[in-house]
Design a protein around this ligand. Structure first.
Ligand SMILES: [Zn+2]
Length: 305
């Protein structure tokens, strides 16, 4: 039913209970897509966990072993802001496997979405801000290692800057990093991306879309990637509890269409990951993520028709 594949696993849920991070959203997005007849169960692929070899292309052996053996220091646990357990660790290995699979599918079908992932605050040697492993970086490194892509661009529209992405690819000319985010928000400091668009508090739809459109065009004129990884955070939404931007639901959908339209017109495949989303009503977060999938479907139909 969808013109591309969706990647999802029940194990994505971190089972955090009353935490501000509604990790049940992954299942809710999947259920909404199937329940509303927008996706067919046959559109959905089940990922395998990433291998340790995949993870070690990005992360230090020390960090990987600390996670696997549950040996984090008190400071490391505090920075992570989510519990470290066998279940949560397994969920991050699965999310990384999901992003690898989504990237491969995107190369075939122009689009694919991992209904999870986008853990852009993970660094090689530590995790923070709900992110243990950087699934997107792991996927890029795996596809490069397979010879499936030479270079990639990360387009990150989560309200929080992609500090892990910026740090991992800082001296890597094969990966261009673009982040558009609220300046006065976590993380502090913000290591430099190739392009950082720092937004004032309470930025609304029109200004946001103008700046994103301009930044994206300039970046793609300079750098022609074999693949775009789109980190489609739902948290620039005006009702978000951890964000201070004022985008509307319609503005967020136009954001997605802008990214997809620009990519498709240039013939660049896009792999989508969900990243953050902390709306007061979890239904709004789910709606924003579902809309991202629908924007990909509609752009795909419009451009390829
Ligand atoms: Zn975020």
């Amino acid at each position: 039913m969808l013109p591309f594949k969706i990647v999802y696993h029940d194990g994505y849920d971190l089972q955090l209970g009353a935490h501000v991070f509604p990790s049940q959203k992954f299942r809710l997005v999947r259920d909404a897509l199937v329940g509303q007849g927008l996706a067919d169960p046959a559109d959905i692929l089940t990922p395998q966990p990433a291998t340790d070899e995949d993870v070690l292309r990005v992360h230090t052996r020390e960090w990987v072993e600390k996670l696997q053996q549950n040996r984090l220091t008190a400071t490391e646990r505090m920075r992570l802001e989510i519990p470290c357990s066998a279940e949560t660790v397994a969920a991050f290995w699965l999310a990384a496997g999901g992003s690898i699979l989504a990237a491969r599918c995107a190369l075939q079908d122009k689009f694919a979405a991992n209904l999870g992932g986008g853990f852009h605050h993970a660094f090689p040697g530590h995790g923070e801000g709900f992110c243990m492993l950087h699934d997107v970086a792991i996927a890029i490194r795996r596809l490069q290692s397979d010879g499936a892509i030479r270079n990639a661009m990360v387009v990150d529209t989560d309200v929080h800057q992609g500090n892990g992405t910026a740090a991992i690819f800082a001296s890597d000319r094969s990966v261009f990093t673009l982040s558009i985010h609220q300046l006065n928000n976590y993380p502090v400091p913000k290591p430099a991306s190739d392009l950082d668009i720092h937004l004032d508090d309470c930025t609304e739809d029109e200004e946001y879309l103008n700046l994103l459109g301009q930044g994206l065009k300039e970046s793609l004129d300079r750098f022609q990637p074999d693949l775009i990884f789109y980190i489609a955070g739902a948290d620039p939404y005006r009702e978000d509890q951890l964000g201070g931007l004022w985008l509307s639901l319609g503005g967020l959908r136009r954001r997605d269409e802008l990214v997809f339209g620009e990519a498709l017109r240039r013939g660049i495949p896009v792999a989508i990951t969900l990243a953050g989303g902390y709306a007061r009503r979890v239904e709004d977060t789910v709606r924003i993520h579902v809309n991202t999938i629908l924007a990909a479907r509609d752009t795909s139909d419009a451009v390829l028709r």
